[in-house]
Design a protein around this ligand. Structure first.
Ligand code: C2O
Ligand code: CU
Length: 436
């Protein structure tokens, strides 16, 4: 990651309008939009979004509920919507060719979402995602706790990068094989889109929901002007909130923070670099909150999750292979693969019996980091001592590293398992599992 990748930072007016579920049904319309990515006088870009905007609306629903979303596809490509991190019903997972037919241009699809877990999730296009997500087809999906924590502000912070051309509009080079065989299609302009637009007061308690919605870039993040704790990862509450240090979000990961504003003037979201940090977003602080009485930050209410049976776990290995400067020669059909296989075939990586616990060694035998995402489930990252750590849906594995995960496969259906660097997924780094 290096600073020269970036052209500039700034704060143009990209906002995700909030959309509560006033009724139990909602339209989500994929359509062409124009968006001003670079600040000031630069031109607007022709992009894709939902309901007239990129990012799409922030969808908020109540834990335990169902909601109907009628998806209408008005872009000139087939599409489908994936509800990332929601432990949904398989038929609603939004993966064309695996869980549903593609929704053609002009077509529609009725999604019925269920929300067993409270937390910070998101939705995004899942056809030609390396292009459709890069063009803006994503939005936050928030499932509210039955008893939400006591905060003065609940803010969503979408972190993204865009690759802008010399003329200041979104570059159109989505299918570059060079990008795909390296670190993916990295942008040259990054920003945190913070909603709602609000001012903070010193002493306010704030919940920040950080989401990395970039197609390929790993974001380290530093916050200034606050003091607080990380309370959830990938939507799932931590039993013990952790200090905010060395935050790194690989594409698709989320971090929930609850913090008190300590600064008198400004709270900043920084991309740390060795020389001078890059400001991705900031919020003005003005005045003081004299009402709030200092109190410790407590864990969020736990979601109900199946406990893994570590002793009875089935042992499996998933090896990431391929890419530029690959340490070994690979013979599969595309740039990347798992276990000697590139892309999807009729044969799943594994057929699980419903409720089975598996311990999977994720072996990164490549020269690049990968963020591995499993649909329909969360899994425990195993610590160095073999104990279950964070409960996530996407895990970052550095080049040459191995990480074991522990998962209870209790959601029946066909679930994608892939790298969420979308350029890598485009070039073969995906497989699927079956749970029956
Ligand atoms: Cu965020 Cu296959 O998904
Ligand atoms: Cu990858």
């Amino acid at each position: 990651m290096n600073r020269r990748d970036f052209l500039a930072a700034g704060t143009a007016a990209l906002l995700a309008p909030r959309l509560g579920w006033a009724s139990s049904s909602q339209d989500l319309v994929a359509q062409p939009v124009t968006a001003q990515i670079l600040p000031d006088d630069s031109p607007a870009s022709a992009m894709w979004g939902y309901n007239g905007n990129t990012p799409g609306p922030e969808l908020r629903l109540a834990q335990g509920g169902f909601v109907d979303v009628r998806f209408l596809n008005q872009i000139n490509q087939g599409s489908a919507v994936h509800w990332h991190g929601l432990r949904s019903e398989n038929a609603m997972d939004g993966v064309p060719g695996l869980t549903q037919d593609i929704v053609p241009s002009g077509g529609e699809f009725a999604y019925r979402l269920r929300a067993p877990d409270a937390g910070t999730f998101w939705y995004h296009a899942h056809n030609r995602s390396w292009e459709q997500v890069a063009k803006g087809m994503y939005g936050p999906l928030i499932v509210e706790e039955r008893n939400p924590p006591d905060v003065d502000h609940d803010m969503t912070v979408l972190i993204d990068d865009w690759r802008m051309s010399e003329t200041g509009v979104l570059a159109a080079d989505f299918d570059s094989r060079h990008d795909q065989s390296h670190a993916g299609r990295l942008g040259n302009f990054a920003r945190a889109i913070i909603t709602p637009e609000a001012q903070l007061r010193t002493g306010d308690r704030v919940r920040f929901r950080l989401l990395n919605v970039a197609t390929d870039r790993i974001f380290p993040v530093e916050l200034t002007g606050i003091q607080g704790k990380v309370v959830a990862l990938d939507g799932m509450p931590l039993t013990t909130p952790q200090d905010i240090a060395d935050l790194v979000l690989t594409p698709a990961q989320r971090v929930d923070i609850i913090a008190d504003v300590t600064a008198p003037e400004i709270v900043q979201f920084l991309f740390p670099t060795p020389d001078s940090p890059y400001v991705m977003g900031e919020i003005t602080v003005s005045g003081a909150n004299d009402q709030r009485i200092a109190s410790p930050i407590t864990p969020l209410p736990a979601n109900e999750i199946a406990q893994p049976d570590l002793d009875a776990a089935l042992l499996l290995t998933l090896t990431m292979e391929g890419g530029a400067m690959s340490p070994r020669s690979t013979s599969f059909s595309d740039i990347w693969g798992f276990n000697g296989q590139s892309g999807l075939t009729d044969k799943p990586f594994h057929d699980f019996e419903r409720g089975q616990t598996a311990r999977i060694s994720l072996v990164n035998d490549t020269r690049f980091p990968h963020g591995i995402h499993l649909h329909g489930h969360h899994f425990f990252e195993l610590n160095a001592d073999g104990e279950p750590g964070a409960f996530r849906d996407t895990t970052l594995i550095e080049a040459g590293e191995t990480r074991d995960i522990l998962c209870v496969f209790d959601n029946p259906g066909k679930w994608l398992l892939h790298c969420h660097m979308l350029g890598h997924q485009a070039a073969g780094m995906k497989t699927w599992v079956n749970v029956s």
